[in-house]
Design a protein around this ligand. Structure first.
Ligand code: SF4
Length: 411
């Protein structure tokens, strides 16, 4: 079961159920939704001033992306990306299922700011699709918005895969350049924006007095093994990870996997980390989509890393030879290590691969696998050797490829 919490200060307008449940058109209009936009440039300047960053994973400044599309020759397109590939993240599906109007309002505002004539909502979740189609029927926004449903995979939400799928092709990443803002849907300059990013734009517009706190807040998905639960929470910028672990019953955790699987493992000192893109990057991690998976004292980081890399290897789109061989080698070596079968050169090989593989695939999947391995070696330098000649009890049966350890049910 996944609980839902808000840690925003009393009275602050958040994204989690501010209307006391599901969202209908009357409720959304009553809180200032779909208000006419008199000055798109002024809204874009306000977004830039708040420093709003994209919530899909890379944390790129939202205003920079909006301006890149606005300044490209038209016609232009906006795509709301609701396909969250990380199995440990539920925030985008929750938003689409429960707050479709705030997302559609964000698409409408982004279209106005960029001068786009078409919009799309891209998703894989059936319940989310139903909610968005109903909201579209209720709201009839001024820009045409279509829904595109894709198959759920780890890479289907990568922005070049999004463009390819909306164009009618497979949801697989392509080499870059061109980036979508240069040539996207139908060859038009295209803004691919995460649905939480767009929802924050809509709330900032309807609550200009709260724009800074809206831009700084985050939706986070919290999980861990054992009896403690998973949670979807909205929290202010800079909230310490220890507060988040306590919130979902993982206060005794000894380590955390950051950013879904994208940000790698973090061991001793994780309790001092704040929820902040730059601070986590300085610490060698990444906030990514805001999904955090906490490890209990009895969990083994080698087994957790083996499961993560096995999942990523299974999810490889098998387009780049280096990704197929690289993720396969990382997963096989770690799985052997978790089972107590590591060779004496395993640590050296894993270290070399973790340094050589990043940046060599067409998308971030290979980088995520390499970061998991590099962070395991950095934070738990002796654990692989400690597995020889036999596995620890926690690692028996380690490395299922289905990502079940990390999978969180959508609340
Ligand atoms: S890096 Fe891997 S997952 Fe990404 S496009 Fe290449 S083969 Fe596919």
């Amino acid at each position: 079961m996944t609980a839902v919490y808000s840690l925003l200060p009393e009275g602050r307008h958040g994204l989690l159920a501010p209307l006391g449940g599901g969202e209908d058109i009357d409720g959304y209009l009553a809180v200032g939704g779909y208000a006419p936009l008199a000055s798109p440039d002024r809204l874009l300047d306000r977004i830039a001033a708040t420093g709003l960053r994209g919530r899909g994973g890379a944390g790129f400044p939202a205003a920079v992306k909006l301006r890149a599309v606005r300044d490209a020759p038209g016609p232009r397109v906006v795509v709301a990306n609701g396909e969250e590939g990380e199995p440990g993240s539920v925030k985008d599906r929750w938003l689409l299922r429960h707050r479709p109007h705030v997302v559609l309002d964000g698409v409408r505002l982004a279209a106005a700011m960029t001068g786009a004539e078409r919009g799309f909502v891209y998703l894989s979740d059936e319940r989310a699709e139903q909610a968005v189609r109903q909201a579209l029927a209720e709201s009839a926004p001024e820009v045409r918005i279509d829904v595109v449903r894709t198959q759920h995979t780890y890479v289907a939400g990568e922005e070049s895969a999004v463009v390819r799928a909306v164009n009618g092709g497979p949801a697989l990443p392509t080499a870059k350049p061109p980036r979508p803002f240069e040539s996207g849907v139908g060859g038009a300059p295209t803004l691919v924006a995460n649905v939480e990013t767009l929802a924050r734009v809509a709330v900032m517009y309807s609550r200009p007095d709260e724009a800074d706190s809206v831009a700084g807040a985050h939706l986070v998905t919290l999980s861990g093994a054992g009896a403690a639960g998973a949670a979807l929470a909205e929290v202010p910028a800079g909230t310490h990870l220890k507060v988040l672990a306590d919130l979902c019953g993982h206060g005794t955790a000894t380590a955390v996997v950051l950013g879904g699987m994208f940000g790698g493992l973090y061991g001793e000192g994780w309790t001092d980390l704040p929820l902040d893109h730059d601070r986590l990057k300085e610490a060698g991690g990444a906030l990514g989509c805001g999904a955090l998976h906490f490890l209990r004292p009895e969990d083994c980081p080698v087994g957790v890393a083996a499961e993560a890399t096995a999942y990523l290897a299974a999810q490889s789109a098998r387009q780049c030879g280096v990704c197929v061989s690289g993720t396969g080698a990382l997963a096989a070596t770690l799985t052997a290590a978790a089972r107590g079968e590591a060779g004496h050169d395993s640590v050296d090989k894993l270290r070399r691969w973790s340094q050589q593989l990043p940046g060599r695939g067409a998308c971030g999947l290979l980088d995520a696998a390499a970061r998991i391995v590099g962070s395991l070696l950095a934070h738990f330098p002796d654990r692989i050797d400690a597995h020889r000649p036999s596995a620890c009890p926690a690692c028996e049966g380690a490395a299922p490829e289905d990502g079940r350890r990390f999978t969180v049910p959508v609340p």
